[in-house]
Design a protein around this ligand. Structure first.
Ligand SMILES: [Mg+2]
Length: 290
C-alpha cells in the first residue's frame, strides 16, 4: 500500500470526514460502499482526516480496519493526533502522547471530571466517568469491548441528566469554569470552550499549508449539527442525508448534498468531487466557484 504521507498528488486536496452516519452507515457501521472512493483517495495521495466525536481509542480501531493513515481529530475537535508517518508536518506546539504528536484544543478530561464531581451533588448528572462499562454499553448500545473504548475519554465527558430542568443552572456553573454543555444524539456533553470540529479542521489545514506552501482545497463530509462547524470550515462541503429523516437543515453556499445516506452517498459524492471536472475549485464567500 502506498503511503499517502509520502505521495504527492497532482492537486493539493485534503479530505475531512465524520464517521457515524457519514463514512460509516448509521445502522450497520459498514464503510464497504465507500471503498472505490477510499481507494482513489489513497492512490492520489490525498490525506484523509477523520473528524469525529469518538475517542482516540475508538478511532484507532476504525483507522486500522479501513486502512486510513492520516492525522485524525477526536472528541468533537478536542484533540488532533498526528501519527508517526506525519512527523514531517510542522505541528508547532504539539505534545508527544504515546506514538503521536497531539495538539490538544479542548481542556483535559481531568479538569472536566473535577467539575463534574464538584457539581455532582447538586445536579442529577452521571458521566461516563461515573459509570462502569456495562452501564455505558447499555446506554449506548455498544458491545462491552467497544464501550471500553468509548469510556477512554481525553477531552470531553458525555453524561445523562435525570432532571432536564437543571440544564440552565448547570450551564451557568460550567461557564464559570470555562466549560460548555452541548446536547448530542444520546447524551449531553461537557467540554472546553472552542472545542469544535471547525477549529480543529482549520488547524490541520494551516499545518499542511505551512508544509506544502501551496493553496489547498479542503473537502468535508458530515451528517449532523455537530458537523456544521466542520462543513463551514472547508471549501467543498458535503452533507450526507440521514437514513430515516433526510438532510439536516443547513444553508451553506455551494453545499453538495450526497445522493444517498451513509457510505454509499459518501462514495458517490467523493468520486464526483475528486475525479470530476470541478475538482480543485474553491467556494468563495459569495458562493461562487473560482
Ligand atoms: Mg455523524
Amino acid at each position: 500500500m502506498r503511503n499517502e504521507a509520502q505521495t504527492k498528488g497532482p492537486r493539493r486536496l485534503i479530505v475531512f470526514t465524520d464517521l457515524d452516519g457519514s463514512l460509516l452507515n448509521h445502522g450497520d457501521y459498514s464503510w464497504e460502499a465507500a471503498r472505490p472512493a477510499l481507494d482513489r483517495i489513497r492512490e492520489l495521495g490525498i490525506p484523509l482526516v477523520i473528524c469525529t466525536s469518538k475517542t482516540r481509542k475508538e478511532v484507532e480501531v476504525v483507522r486500522k480496519e479501513i486502512g486510513i493513515t492520516g492525522p485524525f481529530i477526536v472528541e468533537n475537535g478536542g484533540g488532533i493526533f498526528f501519527p508517526p508517518a506525519y512527523a514531517f508536518l510542522p505541528t508547532g506546539s504539539a505534545i508527544i502522547l504515546d506514538m503521536y504528536r497531539c495538539i490538544p484544543l479542548g481542556v483535559s478530561y481531568a479538569r472536566i471530571r473535577s467539575f463534574m464531581e464538584e457539581v455532582g451533588e447538586s445536579f442529577s448528572i452521571r458521566g461516563f466517568g461515573d459509570m462502569n462499562v456495562e452501564e455505558i454499553s447499555r446506554l449506548t448500545g455498544l458491545p462491552p469491548d467497544k464501550a471500553v473504548l468509548a469510556k477512554a475519554r481525553e477531552f470531553t465527558e458525555p453524561f445523562v441528566m435525570e432532571k432536564k430542568e437543571e440544564l440552565h443552572a448547570l450551564e451557568r456553573a460550567a461557564h464559570v469554569k470555562g466549560l460548555i454543555i452541548t446536547l448530542g444524539g444520546r447524551f449531553f456533553h461537557c467540554m472546553g470552550y472552542g472545542n469544535d470540529k471547525g477549529g480543529a479542521v482549520t488547524r490541520v489545514k494551516e499545518i499542511f499549508s505551512r508544509h506544502w506552501q501551496e493553496r489547498i482545497t479542503t473537502i468535508g463530509f458530515g451528517d449532523s449539527p455537530n458537523d456544521f462547524p466542520l462543513l463551514r470550515a472547508v471549501d467543498i462541503a458535503v452533507l450526507i442525508p440521514h437514513e430515516d429523516r433526510g438532510f439536516e437543515d443547513l444553508a451553506l453556499p455551494g453545499l453538495v448534498r450526497a445522493p444517498y445516506p451513509g457510505s454509499r452517498g459518501w462514495n458517490e459524492a467523493a468520486l464526483k468531487i475528486i475525479t470530476g471536472p470541478s475538482a480543485g475549485k474553491r467556494r468563495t464567500k459569495k458562493g461562487h466557484t473560482t
